[in-house]
Design a protein around this ligand. Structure first.
Ligand code: FAD
Length: 463
């Protein structure tokens, strides 16, 4: 080990890479990390963090409208996009500094540079035009938006990266995609006053989530005047003489918008990384293939986070980093646990979910009971807001185990984090029933649904 410059070299200073570098350096390992853009990676710079800040920003019009029912008179509100962008920039710069400092403070060395592999132990620091060597190498280079080069006019389109920093707020936007990023941005732009159309080729937005919630969210978004066109794709985008865009849709319609955003999945950052030179195997999507311990086919090279295309979420990348440290440096081989991950869609209303959807559970279990409640949350009543909240538990009849818990409504993400503990712990419906309600909350509904709304036996709905 002593013959290498470092015990560990990490390529990519995002959620996973920074965690792996910081904790390993804290153990006294000689660690270096290279980041080609900004420390913090996708999550901090152009993902979770700015996204959530923009979600908050976009919720104010509804808060202002709801205030009247509670006796408040709110003067006419005005929104300034540039202020939001500038304040967001300040916050992510602060976090970026913390990420960097965290590594340096633990004794790690930071390179502001692109890094590539020369061979299984040698890394090129591009900005300094030199190579260094390392015993262990961690690849945590993340992913980027799918550019959809097959779309004529794709060069006129933006992606989530650019959406955060548009020079001005568009009057109208078309967002292509039906995943959580597309849905969240549709709600953000709509909330900020942008005429928004979501175009999705599938049957219903948010595949892989529970169908009840997908439909419920779809209906609510449409009631708010977000246009959603399913079974539809953008076939071409043209720049008009007035600078706006014509988006030609597969349904024959032509949308005139100021921005067209593509949110059609993400691809792993593995190009020109020297993987071939080091002999690292990649999969069909270009993702790095790893074993259960995040080790590649080359013994001393590891990969974590989005670049492995397992579960593309920040806490997962961080968890994989922690498991790597246990395995590589603490003589405690630890597999990342990807089972039962709570997640949220920060739409308006929010979705919070953990475990199996009704459809998934019905194919895997002989008989399931569905407990479902749909109601107007208290805070919407004086506000005069017609939006309903939905909660749902999916229960295995044979064992009473709660297989999935799903919430659509205010604070659903916060609830899903806590429901995640119960579902992960494989608690039974009886444990929910034995839990005293906390009144008055919306979440109390989760422990007071005593009778199934319906059951599914061998895939068929009964009762
Ligand atoms: P990244 O965070 O992408 O970091 C990779 C880093 O590597 C980047 O900084 C990149 O510049 C750098 N890099 C790449 N190649 C090289 C190289 N050759 N040399 C040096 N540096 C290199 N997840 C959630 O859990 N919750 C959310 O709400 C959420 N919202 C999201 C919203 C959006 C719009 C997006 C795009 C993503 C969101 N995610 C969310 C996903 C989350 O951001 C990612 O799962 C997470 O950032 C993955 O971490 P990572 O370490 O694998 O990669």
């Amino acid at each position: 080990m002593g013959s290498y410059d470092y015990d560990l070299f990490v390529i990519g200073g995002g959620s996973g890479g920074v965690r792996a570098a910081r904790i390993s350096a804290g153990l006294g390992k000689r660690v270096a990390i290279a980041e080609e853009f900004r420390f913090g990676g996708t999550c901090v710079i152009r993902g979770c963090v700015p996204k959530k800040l923009y979600v908050y920003a976009s919720q104010f019009p509804e808060h202002f409208a709801d205030a009247a029912g509670y006796g408040w008179t709110v003067p006419e509100a005005r929104f300034d996009w540039q202020t939001l962008v500038a304040n967001k920039d300040k916050e992510i710069a602060r976090l970026e500094g913390l990420y960097r400092k965290g590594v340096e403070g633990s004794g790690g060395q930071v390179f502001q540079s692109r890094a590539t592999l020369v061979d299984a132990h040698t890394i090129r620091i591009e900005a300094e035009d030199r190579t260094v060597t390392a015993d262990q190498i961690m690849i945590a280079t993340g992913g980027r938006p799918n550019p959809h080069l097959a779309l004529p006019g794709h060069e006129h389109c933006i992606f989530s990266n650019e959406a955060f920093d548009l020079p001005e707020l568009p009057g109208a936007i078309m967002i292509a995609g039906g995943g959580y990023i597309a849905v969240e941005f549709a709600n953000i732009f709509h909330g900020l006053g942008v005429e928004t159309t979501l175009v999705y080729r599938g049957r219903e937005i948010l595949s892989r989530f529970d169908m009840d919630l997908r439909r419920g969210l779809h209906e609510t978004m449409e009631k708010k005047d977000i246009r959603i066109l399913c079974h539809t794709v953008g076939e071409a985008v043209d720049r008009r003489d007035d600078g706006r865009l014509d988006v030609h849709l597969s349904n024959g319609e032509r949308l005139v918008v100021d921005q067209a955003m593509l949110a059609l999945g993400r691809i792993p950052n593995t190009e020109n990384l020297g993987l071939g030179e080091a002999g690292v195997e990649t999969g069909k999507m270009g993702e790095i293939v790893v074993d259960d311990f995040s080790r590649t086919n080359i013994e001393n090279i590891w990969a974590i986070g989005d670049v492995t295309n397992r579960v593309q979420l920040t806490p997962v990348a961080i968890h994989e980093a922690m498991c790597f440290v246990e395995t590589a440096f603490k003589n405690n081989p630890t597999r990342p646990d990807h089972d039962t991950i709570a997640t949220a869609v920060f739409s308006q209303p929010e979705i919070g979910t953990v475990g199996l959807s009704e459809d998934e559970a019905s194919t895997r279990f002989e008989e399931i009971d569905i407990y479902r409640a749909a109601f107007r949350p208290m805070r919407n009543i004086l506000a005069g807001r017609d939006e309903r909240m939905m909660m749902k538990l999916v229960v295995d009849r044979a064992t009473d185990r709660v297989l999935g818990a799903h919430v659509l409504g205010p604070d659903a993400g916060e609830m899903a984090q806590l429901l995640g503990i119960a579902v992960k712990a494989r608690l039974g419906k009886q444990d929910f029933d034995r839990t005293m309600a906390l009144h008055p909350t919306a979440a109390e509904e989760l422990v007071t649904m005593y009778k199934p709304s319906h059951s599914i036996r061998n895939g068929e709905r009964v009762g």
